[in-house]
Ligand binder design. Structure first.
Ligand code: SF4
Length: 368
């Protein structure tokens, strides 16, 4: 199902509103409980530049520049409103330009993350943010958010996260472009439909649970970054002789937060799921926590090397980069850093770097 099909199915069958949601993290459970379809805006990768993009400085990341163009386009008229999580300065800039000077005249909502560790004041703040957004969305949709609806939506997303985690487990040859395509379908798919698609995919997959690097097998990589674009990235990895066995993309693995025993109170349950999120610089996680998380992911998946894949001009990722590179290398993990734009093809130069890196990793394996 394409994004446009998901939107028209939602309108025709569930008669709900459609909310454009910006990266990275937002309480999607609230939206589901209020019959709102979340359609995430990660660019999109390919847009035709017009004068709209010129409102954003050229040194701002392509997610923001492309979004400006997209939101001015005819296609965006299908959206009923926008949700901006308080993620980075670039997105806040977009929120201002778009509404003050730009083409957007529909409702805009904000969700502010408490930056840093969830101590008592930040927990209070976060709970109020959940409640404030819930009230605003209730008024907008005319729907009533009952505790039962919210509890059901949280259980659904918690189950989804558990299945997404299973799909992302190190599965030998099975984690590839098709699995990523399915994981990314959740950026616009109604959650129940997405859950059924993942269940079906998991049932048809023969999972190789071996976490050992096999002689002659592909190099095992931990991949980390914002979003796996351009789309050819996984095919380029496969052609270079590598597979991702652990994922820390902000769009994918860094948003999975399954909690075994959810508290009965739905707002406590929202807090518990939020707390279970992997560390991300866009929510103010310390670099030490991120390094610990990446090392733990690499070890548990028996990754042999790390691909740090950034989108150009992404400041939150770039701030952490020197520390992460240094510490992972100090722990014996070879690291390749590369930057890409969102759209187009992976350049020949990057593909060659990828091949040389993978060859080095496989050579180290052969030498033991
Ligand atoms: S977190 Fe990075 S990639 Fe995402 S919108 Fe902000 S600057 Fe752009």
């Amino acid at each position: 199902m394409t994004r446009n099909e998901a939107i028209s199915t939602h309108r025709n069958q569930r008669h709900g509103k459609v909310l454009a949601c910006f990266p990275m993290q937002y309480p999607r459970e609230l939206l589901t409980a209020l019959n709102i379809l979340a359609v995430e805006v990660w660019g999109p990768p390919d847009v035709t530049p017009t004068h709209e993009m010129a409102r954003i400085q050229a040194y701002v990341c392509p997610i923001v520049r492309h979004s400006m163009e997209f939101l001015a386009s005819k296609e965006a008229s299908q959206l009923d409103g926008i949700l901006f999580p308080h993620t980075c300065d670039s997105l806040q800039g977009l929120a201002t330009v778009l509404t003050d000077f730009g083409p957007w005249d529909k409702p805009v909502f904000h969700f502010t993350h408490p930056k840093g560790p969830l101590d008592s004041p930040r927990r209070t703040f976060l709970r109020k943010e959940f409640q404030h957004l819930a009230t605003q969305l209730e008024e907008w949709t005319g729907e009533t958010l009952t505790l039962e609806k919210l509890r059901d939506a949280i259980a659904l997303h918690n189950h989804l996260d558990s299945l997404r985690g299973t799909l992302l487990e190190p599965t030998g040859q099975t984690l590839g472009p098709l699995q990523y395509e399915l994981l990314r379908r959740g950026e616009f798919q109604w959650p129940q439909t997405w859950l059924e698609e993942i269940q079906e995919a998991l049932a048809g997959v023969s999972v190789d649970v071996s976490k050992e690097a096999k002689e002659g097998g592909p190099a095992r990589l931990l991949v980390s970054g914002i979003v796996p674009e351009p789309q050819g990235i996984f095919e380029a990895l496969r052609q270079a002789g590598a597979i991702p066995v652990a994922d820390d993309y902000a769009a994918i693995g860094r948003r999975i937060c399954h909690v075994e025993n959810l508290p009965d109170d739905p707002f406590d349950a929202l807090m518990a799921r939020y707390e279970a999120l992997p560390p991300c610089p866009t929510r103010g996680a310390s670099v030490d926590r991120r390094i610990g998380w990446l090392l733990e992911r690499a070890r548990s998946a028996k990754a042999e090397a790390v691909l740090l894949h950034n989108i150009t001009f992404c400041e939150p990722e770039m701030f952490d980069l020197p520390h992460i590179r240094r510490e992972l290398a100090a722990q014996g993990l070879p690291v390749l850093y590369m930057e890409t734009e969102l759209g187009g093809e992976l350049s020949g130069q990057l593909a060659t770097r990828l091949e040389a890196f993978v060859e080095m990793v496989l050579d180290a394996r052969r030498k033991g």
